[in-house]
Write a protein that binds this ligand. Structure first.
Ligand SMILES: Cc1ncc(COP(=O)(O)O)c(C=O)c1O
Length: 371
């Protein structure tokens, strides 16, 4: 291969990220319009009206001069976030999606050979960024009920451990971790504990306030889920000001574009609407969970996020066959069977009632057909 000697070994060995087929591609394959496809594979927000977001974009963009660079200090946005989440703006580091914040964090803490602890099954990006820096991800399996095995996590800590990633609510299992266990890990590990709260607005609690109590705690939040702007790419980390100052020093200049920064300010101003949508997500979660569990071929797990994890328990039937059946009906869901503990599991994003009803009808139909 050209340039092989020049490319880092770890990069040469990387397998490309394998997502599901895109809604556009599926629409093309099925010969239908993109509007007929249900994108239930990426945990996006399907409750917020597309038109409502566009209206807010128009409002935000009308105040901007896009010929000039964004504010590198991101002052206005951090102040709005600080007020909304009851933080100090000095405690916030913004990123181009919380994905970028995770990239930044690993760069701050991981030297080659350092370790991170990752509670599997979980979001794949913690492993990806650790490996990219020649770090060594150490896996600790969740318990059968998907709660963290706190003893095992603490036992896995070595002098080389730098970050313990806790995703709570966890993607893809949906459960929020008990506070007591997280507290023990923060207090006893001696490592940076990064709690990824991308879905916390749909859950019972947030640990944002704990950043005042623990200097090794970093909480990550995303605007892609409860705020519905996955396409704009913005998220943040919250931690004590001293550490936030250090992390901010490493951020690429202008990493968050002007429109994303302004939209967060505008959306925080419209929180009443977004909050109503969060309540709708929770109602639909209850509805879909109950309906799915009425189907003897399935087991749905309780969720604190905007998606449900579903296990196919019909004998001689796999999650893959159900996924393929749904695909043929224009419904995209994520097969998570490749992850530990998740044999025959699909992850399904919640939608408003009409969408959930079409999903339920399609699942019923799928099970009545040959696998
Ligand atoms: C647990 C978790 N963290 C972070 C992200 C990335 O979010 P963002 O869109 O803010 O980069 C996701 C996206 O699905 C996620 O599931």
């Amino acid at each position: 291969m050209k340039n092989e000697k020049l490319i880092r070994q770890i990069v040469l060995g990387f397998k490309p990220y394998q997502g599901e087929i895109s809604p556009e591609e599926l629409a093309k394959q099925l010969g239908v319009s993109k509007e007929d496809i249900l994108p239930l594979h990426a945990n996006e927000n399907l409750f917020i009206e597309k038109e409502w977001i566009l209206e807010k974009i128009r409002e935000a963009i009308s105040t901007l001069d896009l010929r000039s660079y964004p504010d590198p200090e991101t002052v206005e946005t951090r102040e709005a976030i600080a007020e909304h989440f009851a933080l100090e703006s000095s405690e916030i580091v913004l990123g181009n999606g919380s994905d970028e914040v995770l990239d930044i964090l690993t760069k701050v803490f991981i030297e080659p050979g350092n370790e991170t602890i990752i509670l599997e099954p979980t979001f794949g990006i913690y492993r990806f960024f650790t490996l990219l820096l020649n770090g060594k991800p150490q896996t600790v399996l969740l318990n059968e009920d998907f709660s963290p095995n706190v003893e095992a996590v603490l036992k896995s800590v070595t002098p080389r451990t730098r970050i313990i990633f806790l995703c709570s609510p966890n993607n893809p299992t949906g459960n929020q971790y008990p506070k007591e266990g997280i507290k023990r890990i923060i207090e006893e590990s001696g490592c940076i504990v990064a709690v990824d709260e991308a879905y916390a607005d749909f859950a019972d609690y947030t640990l944002l306030k704990w950043i005042n109590d623990y200097e090794n705690l970093i909480v990550l939040r995303s605007f892609s889920k409860s705020f519905g702007i996955a396409g704009l790419r913005i998220g943040f980390a919250a931690t004590n000001s001293e550490l936030a100052d250090i992390i901010r020093k490493t951020v690429v200049p202008y990493n968050v574009n002007k429109l994303a920064q302004k939209m967060v300010v505008v959306l925080i101003d419209s929180w009443d609407y977004l909050y109503k949508k969060i309540l709708e997500v929770k109602e639909e979660r209850e509805f879909l969970y109950n309906q799915l569990n009425k189907n003897e071929n399935l087991k749905a797990y309780p969720s604190q996020a905007n998606f449900l994890l579903l296990r196919v328990v019909k004998p001689h039937y796999t999650a893959k066959s159900l996924q393929n059946k749904l695909l043929s009906k224009g419904i995209l869901v994520r097969d998570r069977s490749d992850l530990p503990l998740l044999n025959n599991c699909l992850r399904i994003t919640l939608g408003p009632r009409k969408i959930n009803q079409r999903l339920l009808d399609s699942i019923k139909e799928a099970f009545s057909e040959e696998p």
